[in-house]
Design a protein around this ligand. Structure first.
Ligand code: SAH
Ligand code: SF4
Ligand code: F3S
Length: 424
């Protein structure tokens, strides 16, 4: 038996790909998955390139194990650096691109080549074993066509390709058979999902998935604001299985910066969409991404971002410092905001958002709602982790056999960015 360990960096789509790789390897009889690097013969590192900081961490991780283990670098940094990785680490076992995950078993079985980066699309329909869980991911489209000027994703993941809807439905039906009750549909911009053959757009796909028996909850991410339609809002509002949460990355509060970022929406348009969502869907949860220190971002642009955060009051915001990515449009704009100033802006935004999130969450105390039980809490073994219909985490005292069931909970107190509550 050969033992493998997978370390995943990056976004949910990487987690899905890691799960697929594990599932493919476990289908054969030769491999077992282990839970630490020490126990492994093979270490698969599934990587991210979205910021330099991510790549640096991954490179140092690889450096730690490359001498003593068979290390395979997969994913976005593999696609980004290609043979440069072999120059840095001649002992690497293999480098696997973002379209070649489905070949992982053959790659581990050993070949003459070390680099597996083929242009062909990955075969998503490949069947794989999943972990026995309640909530899982499914990638419904690969790649991105948007070319936001700062972003490397379109270069490392290629152009948008939507999976045929029947394949998605079949995969979710299989998940439900294995005990899954919640699914998150993933794509860099799920709003532009389109099954060319069947002529099915994202809201239509959602309605089809909603009909799957035994599935209780449906989430999705990410929504590009420019493609968020009234049809989507209406669909989410009407389907009881749809989690009332939109992750709608804003990036900046300045129209000038949004234009330089090639985001294709204005602040006014963004505000109108938020207003529509909030008007139509009560207690809706809206989160965002903020990028500070983009080239050309002056103090007044930054203050526009601060203003809009105060005005919109997101439930949550993930904030990042701009990091120059080779080959992107924004690389040509230079890196005009110095590191210290970027850090100041980042910390300011994080602190502001922490206060806003706290205030919003506080208003949920006393709230009674239906919540899905994910299982026993990691930290407290007498508690269950549950998720509400608007995507808030609530921990309650309860028994293991409620896992996968919808329960009624009352929110009692704040606990960090989640809640403690009671079963009703
Ligand atoms: N497809 C999603 C985002 C994927 S990347 C969308 O369009 O919203 C996740 C987040 O990383 C982005 O929203 C952005 O805020 C951040 N990001 C992307 N490229 C970056 C860069 N070069 N430097 C810093 N942050 C970046
Ligand atoms: Fe990157 Fe923009 Fe595509 Fe998101 S939409 S992945 S930020 S290029
Ligand atoms: Fe995801 Fe990072 Fe790749 S955000 S798509 S793992 S570059």
């Amino acid at each position: 038996m050969k033992k493998f360990f997978i370390r995943t960096f990056g976004c949910q789509m990487n987690e899905y790909d890691s799960e697929r790789m594990a599932g493919i390897l476990l289908k054969g009889k030769d491999y077992i998955q282990v839970d630490s690097e020490d126990k492994a013969d093979f270490i698969i590192v599934n990587t991210c390139s979205v910021r330099q900081h991510a790549e640096n961490r991954e490179l140092s991780y690889i450096g730690r194990y490359v001498k003593n283990k068979k290390v395979i670098v997969a994913g976005c940094m593999a696609q980004n650096l290609k043979e440069k990785l072999l120059n840095l680490f001649p002992d690497l076992y293999a480098v696997v691109g973002t379209s070649n995950f489905s070949s992982i078993a053959e790659i581990l079985d050993g070949q003459n080549e070390k680099i597996f980066i083929k242009e062909k699309k990955d075969i998503y329909s490949v069947e794989f074993e999943r972990k026995k869980k309640v909530d899982g991911y499914i990638t419904i489209m690969q790649g991105c066509n948007n070319f936001c000027s700062y972003c490397i994703v379109p270069y490392v993941r290629g152009r948008e390709v939507s999976r045929p809807y029947e394949e998605i439905v079949k995969e979710i039906e299989n998940m439900v058979k294995q005990g899954y009750r919640e699914v998150t549909l993933l794509g860099q911009n799920v709003n532009s999902y389109f099954d060319e053959k069947a002529k099915i757009n994202f809201p239509e796909l959602l309605k089809i998935v909603h009909k799957i028996d035994g599935l209780l909850r449906i989430k999705f991410m990410t929504s590009h604001p420019k493609d968020l339609t009234d049809e989507l809002i209406d669909t989410i509002k009407k389907g009881e299985k749809f989690v009332k949460h939109f992750h709608l990355p804003l990036q900046s509060g300045s129209d000038k910066i949004l234009q330089l970022m090639n985001r294709k929406y204005s602040i006014d348009e963004y505000l109108q969409k938020i207003e529509k969502i909030r008007k139509d869907i009560p207690a809706v949860n809206i989160s965002t991404d903020i990028l500070v220190g983009f080239p050309g971002e002056e103090e007044k642009d930054f203050l526009d971002t601060v203003d809009i955060l105060n005005k919109i009051r997101f439930d949550d915001a993930f904030s990042f410092k701009y990091s120059v990515r080779k080959g992107t449009q924004a690389e040509k704009y230079g890196d005009t905001v110095d590191e210290k100033e970027k850090l100041r802006r980042l910390n300011y935004v994080i602190e502001l958002q922490r206060k806003i999130s706290y205030d919003i969450n506080k208003s949920y105390i006393g709230f009674e709602t239906e919540s899905l039980v994910y299982g026993i809490s990691y930290k407290r073994k007498n508690e269950l982790k549950t998720g509400t219909i608007n995507n808030k985490k609530v921990f309650v005292r309860g028994e293991k056999d409620l896992t996968g069931k919808l329960v009624k909970v009352k929110i009692k107190q704040l606990r960090g960015d989640s809640f403690a509550g009671i079963l009703l």
